[in-house]
Design a binder for this molecule. Structure first.
Ligand SMILES: *[C@@H]1O[C@H](CO)[C@@H](O)[C@H](O)[C@H]1NC(C)=O
Ligand SMILES: *[C@@H]1O[C@H](CO)[C@@H](O)[C@H](O)[C@H]1NC(C)=O
Ligand SMILES: *[C@@H]1O[C@H](CO)[C@@H](O)[C@H](O)[C@H]1NC(C)=O
Length: 433
């Protein structure tokens, strides 16, 4: 059973909620046929990271696995400090309609699951006490389907907040580094929301690479994640919610959590098996980000830790030739870079980050308390390594051991998905698999 997973053409996603007082950070969760033990592990992992809940992406709500997985999710979240809300994927449910299944009527297709779960104790309630619902596009369903009158005049009576999925990454083909992690697509919408007394949920993501289900594209990527973290923290007081895109969308490569085999399409080779492309090393950065977003403090590692951080890179070089494979749209905006983000505690002094590719040092830079990041180019085929050096120049933390970079296409495609490798204490030599 593959995950519902669609490429939206428009940015607007709406949710029914009043102005918020408390900040919350969610992750977008593709509802697939995940088994109960894995559902429980997803929730346990998400709580450990500091997430407040999952936005449950539901395509065709009439598929039997949807109810089964929802029951598992709500049962396990119940009584925990972790909430769930429905994100109606009207594009996927529209596709289900085209395929001749029973799901054709837009929002009303969700009535049975909404009536079953809206009153559940694990359902997320906004500060107005009402359950939150978000959508993934209106998919052309008109005003009558949405029960609203009139963009602000059209949607304003219906929505209590806005969320822009597409603003999470530069557009396809955009090679302007200034657009990486930029909030400029969000700002007019944030201002509109504030002017109308509505809340805003900002999207935070890593990259979008998808070669599946008739789509082959790449949207950076690179420093988008840490730059956007910084930008969000710079205006945290105006942002009620953050939604991390995503927890488990394997086919779009932007998962930070678990991509379970029973809910995955094994033909999507760049995320399955997950063991070859784990992204969990991004999680400590997310934890540090969530704390800073909620407290207004600078990002920091856990108390007592020297640092947290990770490096990420794609496994093939820009000059790779892959016979018979098609480059994704946006391929030319890829770079042979070793991207990293590292968070140091207050008081750290004289530390440096050194990036090494195939035995050659490609960058050495000073790093300071808080969030640091870089994306040196010059990656070569072979092993990659990131080292944190103390003020005496000794290696105190190292990230290495991900997949080797090569000039070939390991999975027979121009795979832009990242190897994400976390920093761990100690030294050691560069290695790769
Ligand atoms: C979902 O499953 C539960 C538990 O088996 C059942 O009680 C409920 O009726 C189902 N709901 C729908 C909409 O199928
Ligand atoms: C929404 O539907 C309800 C029930 O039919 C109706 O009373 C209400 O006027 C509608 N609201 C709008 C904005 O169309
Ligand atoms: C690292 O490589 C050097 C040179 O080959 C070797 O002497 C040393 O033992 C290696 N260290 C580790 C931890 O493997």
């Amino acid at each position: 059973m593959h995950l519902f997973n669609v490429l939206p053409l428009t940015a607007a996603v709406l949710h029914l909620l009043g102005r918020a007082q408390a900040k919350a950070v969610f992750a977008h969760y593709m509802v697939g046929s995940v088994n109960e033990a894995h559902v429980q592990q997803d929730i346990d992992n998400a709580i450990a990271i500091g997430l407040d809940g999952f936005a449950l992406n539901i395509g065709d709500p009439t598929e039997p696995y949807v109810n089964t997985t929802l029951v598992s999710l709500f049962d396990y979240a119940w009584g925990k400090d972790f909430k769930l809300f429905v994100s109606m994927d009207l594009t996927a449910s529209g596709a289900a309609c085209t395929a001749g299944r029973s799901c054709c009527n837009g929002p009303s297709d969700y009535d049975s699951i909404l009536s079953e779960f809206l009153g559940n104790g694990a359902y997320y309630l906004g500060p107005n006490g009402l359950p939150m619902i978000s959508t993934f596009q209106s998919d052309g369903f008109t005003i009558d389907a949405w029960n609203a009158s009139g963009w602000w005049s059209y949607w304003g009576n219906l929505v209590d907040g806005l969320f822009s999925w597409e603003a999470a990454w530069p557009v396809v083909g955009d090679s302007n580094s200034a657009d990486c992690g930029s909030m400029s697509p969000d700002i007019p919408v944030i201002n509109g929301a504030l002017n109308h007394g509505k809340s805003y949920m900002i999207a935070l993501s890593t990259l979008q690479y998808k070669d599946a289900y008739g789509t082959n594209l790449y949207r950076p990527g690179g420093l988008t994640l840490p730059i956007r973290m910084n930008n969000i923290l710079g205006m945290a007081s105006q942002l009620d919610f953050v939604e991390i895109i995503t927890w488990n969308d394997g086919p779009e490569s932007h998962y930070i959590g678990n991509v379970w085999p029973e809910a995955s399409d094994s033909s999507v080779k760049y995320c399955s098996p997950q063991a070859n492309f784990p992204h969990t090393a991004w999680q400590p950065l997310v934890t540090s980000f969530i704390a800073a977003y909620k407290t207004g403090n600078t990002m920091a590692p856990p108390t007592g830790a020297t640092a947290i951080g990770a490096m990420w890179y794609k496994t093939l070089l820009q000059d790779a030739t892959c016979s018979g494979a098609t480059q994704p749209d946006g391929w030319s905006t890829g770079t042979d870079s070793l991207t990293w983000a590292v968070v140091l505690p207050a008081g750290s002094k004289g530390m440096q980050i050194r990036a090494t590719s195939n035995g050659a040092v490609i960058s050495t830079v000073a790093v300071n308390p808080g969030l640091n990041f870089g994306s040196p180019t010059g990656v070569q085929a072979g092993a990659q390594m990131l080292q944190l050096l103390n003020s005496a120049g000794a290696v105190v933390m190292t990230a290495t051991g991900g997949a080797c970079v090569a000039s070939v296409c390991p999975a027979g495609m121009f795979n832009m998905n990242y190897q994400v490798v976390g920093l761990s204490a100690g030294g050691g030599n560069a290695s790769c698999k």
